[in-house]
Design a protein around this ligand. Structure first.
Ligand SMILES: Nc1ncnc2c1ncn2[C@@H]1O[C@H](COP(=O)(O)OP(=O)(O)OP(=O)(O)O)[C@@H](O)[C@H]1O
Length: 265
């Protein structure tokens, strides 16, 4: 693990943006997540790491109720966003997902123009009063996703015509267009080449000035580069959570140590 370069540590935030207490997830008879307790901080990149099938994506999907749509999936415990229960029956999942945006493993632009991909969220949530305001959000979102220069002369072209890395930046622009407070990323670079990966990682670092970012990754190098906090999952349990540097250099749990040294996984 000598080549791991840690993200700059200028973390001074201690407030929980999202808090999980005794979270359990079952898929039918499969108890996929057990007693998960964690505070996700504001303006922080939090990495979820762990071997395949340990529950990283399941927990990520709990944070914006994406598991609601999975038949047989049952969630227990308490999950709050700014102290508000995410699973309160009065919470509209569509509104929640505008606040807690998500970027998936495989870039999935809509079969629409670049402009319409980014304008989609603001339109359905009625965030703008006129075309000029919408134009402004589209430009701002594309700029923040570091895609404006490449896309500004082809806004009417299909989003699916962009390269893989550009498509992923388009999906990030689409996710941030509704001004979310939290951005969830499920292995956002796994389909990208090293150059596109570096661009997305740089972007993640910039986004945390405004958002709380949670990223699932199989790459420990990536977790070390982009995150300030790391959570290690194993067999459905959150085994260890702490400052990224501590997790990688001085893990407290032998299971974390085995994973980061490559003995389990
Ligand atoms: N939609 C689903 N329906 C039923 N079981 C599921 C579903 N999604 C995940 N599971 C199960 O939940 C457990 C955790 O899976 P999950 O995908 O959250 O793990 P993961 O750590 O993200 O894995 P990977 O790194 O391979 O993506 C596994 O036993 C998996 O089979």
């Amino acid at each position: 693990m000598d080549d791991i370069r840690f993200a700059e540590r200028d973390l001074c935030v201690t407030e929980a943006k999202i808090a999980a207490r005794d979270v359990q997830v079952h898929y039918g008879t499969n108890h996929a997540l057990k007693d998960v307790n964690v505070d996700i901080l504001e303006q922080t990149v939090t990495a979820f790491i762990g071997p395949s099938g340990c529950g990283k994506s399941t927990f990520l999907r709990c944070l914006n109720r994406m598991n609601d749509t999975i038949p047989g999936c049952r969630i227990e415990g308490r999950l709050t966003l700014d102290g508000q229960d995410i699973y309160d029956p009065r919470v509209d999942p569509v509104q929640l997902r505008a606040k807690v945006g998500m970027v998936f493993q495989k870039p999935n632009p809509f079969p629409k123009s670049i402009y319409d991909n980014v304008a989609y969220g603001p339109r359905i949530h009625g965030l703008t009063r006129n075309k000029a305001e919408l134009d402004e959000i589209v430009e701002k979102s594309l700029r923040r996703a570091a895609l404006w220069e490449e896309a500004k002369d082809r806004l009417a072209s299909p989003g699916t015509g962009l390269s893989g890395g550009q498509q992923q930046r388009l999906c990030i622009a689409r996710a941030i267009a509704t001004s979310p407070e939290v951005l969830l990323m499920d292995e956002p670079c796994s389909a990208l080449d090293p150059i596109a990966t570096a661009q997305i990682e740089e972007l993640i670092d910039e986004l945390r000035a405004q958002f709380s970012v949670v990223i699932v990754t199989h790459s420990m190098q990536q977790a070390a580069r982009v995150s300030q906090r790391t959570a290690f999952f194993h067999l459905g349990r959150l085994v260890e959570y702490g400052e990224t540097g501590q997790i990688f250099t001085n893990p407290h749990d032998p299971r974390t140590e085995s994973y980061i040294s490559g003995r389990i996984g």
